[in-house]
Design a protein around this ligand. Structure first.
Ligand code: TYD
Ligand code: MG
Length: 455
């Protein structure tokens, strides 16, 4: 048998490489490739043939299966991100930066599920039971019927789960789990993969839901949550900015519900509080009409959310001026700067550009293009936009404005928050007269003329 050659794996995305490289060409991360023992070296990896397998049962597509029964935790924001509650035997990954509040969120969620009648286990591989109990006391959850364990050995955990047969188990975190059949350090790609695989298989065969916590890692040796994304049914990321109390739980993949749904929370002294009206929260820091500020009427998952896009444009002393973008797609920003320059004749050469979404929110919808352009123009011309104006629409490379979906929902949310005028692309379909003054424009050039005088 040929000697197994060493294998190199990216700790960011899990891609396999033949040899070491400084940059992973699969995900673009630097210094993330490490050498790993090959996973399978047995004769099975040669050729299987049609010999020894068991014939599997096949069925037709037609089925009248009922939708899965869901259990709600009662935390509305959490339930919505799951797609309306927890599905039995599902595997969920909750990723996020260390210290963002994952353990806090899941302890609160698991306590609520336990109160709604599920048998729940919380296994901590990072903290001692006493520490988790202290957090529970701080959160006022000491009375919740959650069973708590502190363990990192996967074999012991699986044995316990087999005996207890809970409805839901939280594993905090997958990087601390250690499977003794894999010869690699805890946290390495092979360990994290093996542990996740065992836990997900257990979930599926025994009807237990598992929630895996995964830290987003910044450097080399520890595998990140992306390595297990493909194994689970639902991938949630818990995001937020340090120094801000807002936290956003975002579904990036969900086999049981809409992806890109968000739940908004606020970190308080007594744990995470749900934010029922995120638009009001994201706009709460808005001062009086300032140049560079534009309000975007967006859709996150199934619900409209208004956010403020802020731009600052200043003369640059650098040969290649700065383009600093927080909370928006920087590729999109470059495209819009190019469209403004070549189609509208408004150059940004020699100017530093800073863009930000207020409140630590991330806006990735193409519908934000027009609001983004508006904030750039408003900053560059030093002219404030009307404070009661919301904007949405996609910009094409020819500078035409393209209509986007759910216009009516966007306008209704804006109206609810006291906005009275909107700018949207021509062709935007609005049934009935929303109580807003809506201007529909064909292209960016018209918008510039309309808002800032002759462009
Ligand atoms: P934690 O849930 O431990 O983060 P993670 O599991 O993602 O690493 O949360 C850590 C932070 O949250 C810590 O800085 C303290 C803060 N926090 C509060 O502000 N209020 C609270 O009630 C709790 C429990 C934590
Ligand atoms: Mg934690």
């Amino acid at each position: 048998m040929a000697k197994a050659s060493p294998q190199f794996t990216c700790t960011e995305c899990g891609a396999a490489h033949k040899k070491w490289a400084g940059k992973c060409d699969a995900c673009g991360a630097w210094n993330s490739i490490v050498e790993e023992a090959p996973l399978s070296t047995g004769p099975a990896s040669k050729t299987l043939g049609a010999a020894k397998g068991r014939r599997i049962e096949l069925s037709t597509l037609a089925a009248d299966e009922a939708p899965p029964p869901r259990t709600r935790s009662g935390m509305t924001e959490f339930d919505r991100v799951l797609g309306g509650g927890l599905v039995p035997a599902s595997a969920i990954l909750v990723g996020g930066d260390p210290g963002i509040g994952k353990s806090t969120l899941l302890l609160q969620a698991v306590a609520n599920f336990a109160r709604s009648g599920l048998k729940c286990l919380y296994i901590s591989g990072e903290e001692a039971s006493a520490q988790v109990r202290m957090r529970a006391a701080r959160l006022g959850l000491s009375e919740a019927p959650v069973q708590l364990g502190a363990e990192t050995n996967l074999r012991n955990i699986l044995t316990t789960l087999e005996a207890e047969r809970p409805d839901l188990v939280v594993i905090d975190s997958i990087q601390t789990m250690w499977a003794d059949m894999v010869e690699a350090a805890p946290g390495s790609v092979s360990q994290v993969r093996a542990a996740a695989h065992e836990l997900v298989t257990f979930a599926k065969t025994r009807g237990v839901s598992v929630i895996l916590v995964g830290h987003v890692t910044k450097e080399g040796q520890i595998a990140g949550p992306r390595v297990v994304e493909h194994m689970v049914d639902t991938v949630l990321y818990f995001e937020g900015e340090r120094g801000h109390q807002f936290r956003i739980l975002r579904a990036v993949k969900n086999r049981f519900g809409p992806a890109s749904e968000i739940g908004v929370f606020e970190m308080t002294g007594a744990g995470l509080a749900e934010v029922a009206n995120p638009s009001a929260l994201f706009l709460s820091e808005r001062g009086q009409a300032a140049p560079g500020s534009a309000v975007f009427a967006g859709i996150e998952g199934t619900r409209p959310v208004l956010t403020e896009i802020q731009a600052l444009v200043a003369p640059s002393s650098l040969a290649s001026p700065r383009r600093t973008v927080v909370g928006l797609d920087s590729g999109r920003v470059s495209t819009i700067l190019a469209v403004l320059e070549s189609r509208c004749g408004i150059p940004f050469t020699g100017l530093d550009v800073f863009l930000n979404v207020a409140g630590g929110m991330k806006v990735l919808e193409p519908a934000a293009d027009l609001a983004l352009a508006a904030s750039l123009l408003s900053a560059r011309e030093d002219v404030a936009l009307p404070p009661d104006l919301v904007i949405f629409g996609e910009i094409s490379l020819s500078a035409a404005l393209r209509p986007v979906g759910q216009a009516e929902n966007r306008l209704k949310e804006a109206e609810k928050l006291g906005f009275s005028q909107a700018v949207a692309p021509q062709g935007t379909k609005v049934e009935g007269g929303a109580g807003m003054r809506l201007r529909k424009l064909p292209d960016l050039v018209t918008f510039v003329g309309d808002m800032f005088g002759a462009g």
